[in-house]
Write a protein that binds this ligand. Sequence first.
Ligand code: SF4
Ligand code: SF4
Length: 74
Amino acid sequence: MAVVPDTEETMKKCICGGCPSRNQCMKENMEGLFCAKGTTTCELIKNGCICGACPLTAEYTLDKMYYCEIGAAE
Ligand code: SF4
Ligand code: SF4
């Protein structure tokens, strides 16, 4: 597992935008890339996590999910 850099390039690859757990609050705050930026400031209701399908999961060998809840990958 590697630290995910918080860059424009990684932000573009993040697929949180299509996640069933992404809510209005996250949209309004333009939140995403939680594996680099850390937890959401929004209330989270878990409806599934699609991090497993994100290209960054393979690139940085991430082994967890729900980074919006658990915070940045270390
Ligand atoms: S692993 Fe999850 S939180 Fe990280 S960029 Fe991909 S979809 Fe977003
Ligand atoms: S970290 Fe996972 S659960 Fe949270 S918004 Fe991104 S894909 Fe969805």
